[in-house]
Design a protein around this ligand. Structure first.
Ligand code: NAD
Ligand code: ZN
Length: 260
């Protein structure tokens, strides 16, 4: 195993692989200006995200939530992807990366050009708002417009409670996303973990599952993770730089051989 700033080892590992899957976390978006969960500044949405039962039972929690969302959503909406998101999208576009599984809710992979079909948002998205009761959903912009008049918007369908379509701590992950994720992980020959502390469960079990099913593992993260010990390569460096170098190397290979 190699641990360090060794991008050459990562490129050598990835070169022969044909079913590469990226597993991304908050760390891929810090270079776009969105703080990660563990880093200084805390989470994007709230410093201490409410639990679902707190949100349902407490009108003050909902009031504070919508007040903050009204003030903060525009900045997220206007955030641009960075070199790391673009590098993964380039690899997807030539078939060198089959899927992106992301824990992020910021939508930056799709903004960089990653197809929605092969980009699985395990924890949902901040760019939609969903009814907790009838599950109808709306683009965030439609609800944002209502916030000019309404302190706590309700579901236009059933009068139920609305919230961003993201998974809260303590909530189970959507079955469909989870099933697809395990299928993708099982079929992969290399999982590239990017910018994840790998401590949020059950998401963090996915790379481990892929390894047990025969995949190689590379981890690109600024700090140690609990899976470093089973990784083939660990690169402790900035995601944007490392992924750009990887994409350049693998795309040169595509051009040289005429195949992906
Ligand atoms: P995390 O915050 O627990 O870990 C991020 C890791 O990325 C850290 O270990 C950090 O050292 C590393 N990192 C930060 N910037 C980096 C960079 N430029 N290059 C390489 N590594 C870098 O993130 P997580 O594992 O994704 O868990 C956080 C949870 O909070 C997730 O469930 C996620 O849904 C949510 N969250 C999402 C966002 C977002 O959508 N952008 C932001 C914050 C939190
Ligand atoms: Zn409803």
């Amino acid at each position: 195993m190699t641990i360090g700033h060794d991008v050459a080892s990562l490129i050598a590992l990835a070169r022969p692989c044909r079913r590469i899957v990226a597993f991304t976390g908050a760390g891929i978006s810090t270079e776009s200006g969105i703080p990660d969960y563990r880093g200084p500044g805390g989470v994007w949405e709230r410093n201490a995200p409410p639990t679902l039962s707190d949100f349902r039972e407490n009108a003050q929690t909902r009031l504070t939530y919508w007040h903050e969302r009204r003030a903060r959503y525009p900045a997220l909406r206007d955030t641009d992807p960075n070199a790391g998101h673009f590098a993964l999208a380039r690899l997807q576009s030539v078939g060198r990366l089959t899927h992106i599984i992301t824990q992020n809710i910021d939508g930056l992979h799709q903004k960089a050009g990653s197809p929605a079909k092969t980009t699985i948002e395990l924890h949902g998205t901040a760019h939609k708002v969903r009814c907790l009761d009838c599950f109808a959903s709306w683009p965030a912009a439609a609800i944002q417009a209502r916030l000019a008049q309404e302190a706590i918007p309700g579901c236009a369908n059933c009068g139920g409670m609305l919230r961003a379509a993201t998974v809260l701590f303590g909530q189970t992950l959507p079955d469909d996303a989870l099933r697809r994720t395990f299928d993708v992980a099982r079929a992969s020959d290399l999982v590239l973990v990017v910018g994840s502390s790998l401590v949020v469960q059950p998401a963090a079990r996915i790379p481990e599952f892929a390894v047990a099913a025969g995949a190689r593992l590379a981890i690109i993260n600024n700090e140690p993770t609990p899976l470093d010990g089973i990784a083939d390569v660990v690169v402790r460096a900035s995601a944007g730089l490392v992924l750009s170098a990887l994409a350049n190397a693998l795309l040169d290979q595509v051009e040289a051989t005429g195949s992906g």
